[in-house]
Design a protein around this ligand. Structure first.
Ligand code: SF4
Length: 67
């Protein structure tokens, strides 16, 4: 079964924080507002929300990788 994991392109991320709002189980923010990934796999039931968050990232920095 294909598994998915979130990744962040640090050359693009501008600390908008939207990903932590949309995916609170997967992302928290550090003291400067940059995302910290919890490193857990995205479950099949969470995939739709994860894809929405990827599309919503204003900096196109959030990615969903197959593993
Ligand atoms: S929404 Fe995008 S730009 Fe904003 S903190 Fe998350 S990854 Fe970075």
């Amino acid at each position: 079964m294909t598994e998915h994991q979130l990744e962040i392109d640090w050359t693009r991320c501008d600390a908008h924080g939207l990903c932590a709002t949309l995916l609170p189980d997967d992302v928290t923010l550090d003291e400067w507002g940059f995302p910290v990934l919890r490193g857990r796999r995205v479950t099949p039931s969470e995939l739709t929300n994860a894809r929405r968050a990827v599309l919503a990232c204003p900096a196109l920095a959030l990615r969903l990788q197959r593993s």
